[in-house]
Design a protein around this ligand. Sequence first.
Ligand code: GDP
Ligand code: MN
Length: 396
Amino acid sequence: MDLLEYQGKQLFAKHGLEVSPGKAVTTVPDAIAAANEIGYPVVVKAQVLIGGRGKAGGVKLAANEAQAQEHAENILGMDIRGHTVRTLWIEHASDIATEYYASVLLDRQEKQPLVIFSVEGGVEIEQVAAQSPEKLIRRHVDALKGLSRREAVEIATEGGADEDVIEGVADALTALYEVWTQEDAVLAEINPLIVTPEREVKALDAKVTLDGNALYRHPENQGLSDSENEDPIERRAREQGVQYVALDGDIGILGNGAGLVMSTLDVVAQAGGRPANFLDAGGGSDAGKVKQAVELILANDAVKAVLFNIFGGITRCDEVARGLIAAFAEIEPQVPFVVRLDGTNDEQGRALLREAALPNVYAAKTMNEAAEQVVALAAGRSAENAAAGGGMGAGS
Ligand code: GDP
Ligand code: MN
């Protein structure tokens, strides 16, 4: 779960990492009021889940009320690479002497936390890694022992931090590591970590990703998700307790079991199609569940055809077919559905579908055949053409 900058900064502050005081607002009048209250100069910052806001014009300094108003008007509603700005963070502007970079993340290969520090902050860290990798200090941490004071000081020193701020940088690294472990973060990044002319070290930006699977341990963090910017169908699915992930293709996918859904995505991609979503119906087969799933898939206007891939184990295919028939009596989908039923009672299931003669529903026996049919249908060709086309599904 990605956090907005100001939410990340709340967690930083909680763990003793220095940040500037500020306020989150959603309207221009509130932005002006906040700026007046905080005191000029202020910085007006777009709150979106994407980096490079500064370059895109989403971070602006304001010396007075007129400028604060101008920037708030310009930035609210701005589109930053597909992310609409709905929230602004107004904070007291800092004077910057130097910009550093610091992050803590999980190195999956080494199975250890990794602390990264660089004195080349403010720019994209990938650029530093590519052009001057020697300016990037990477240090693994023993997860059981945590980051010791000595290690934090070593990282700051080896990284080339100015001598008079070694302790300050070590404090920041220690606090950042604490955020990462105690909040169950996957990533905690500060870019830039600044040194002020008064030689104070503080976080000017925050990028924090929390582990969604550990959220149950942090009830106080559960409200932090950027639900306004979340895909509305994903949000609806989450509220209904359905596993749904939005993708950007045009073929709706539904299967029972995450493994089957994943292989369905692969088979559809191999057949030349682009999945529009990932939807795991789990063990559910009753009409209510099927209807819910079909409605979620069809809520996405981009969907041109749907592949229903059911492997009957405990879930019986005849039950699924009945669920589908009942659901279709209520929904009347406007796009073609390819239904592949295999496993327990699959023949009965297919027979039920045939008898029901649902318009726009095609029954398939194998996964490859189903994938080729759905790809053809999404492209506006007929399903029969696909099956006879001599591809992977032919003859199976
Ligand atoms: P990003 O572009 O999305 O990474 O947003 P940042 O929060 O990192 O801001 C971009 C840049 O704006 C920073 O690297 C700073 O150079 C500048 N900036 C942000 N806040 C301040 C501030 O309080 N004072 C000054 N002088 N510059 C700031
Ligand atoms: Mn930044």
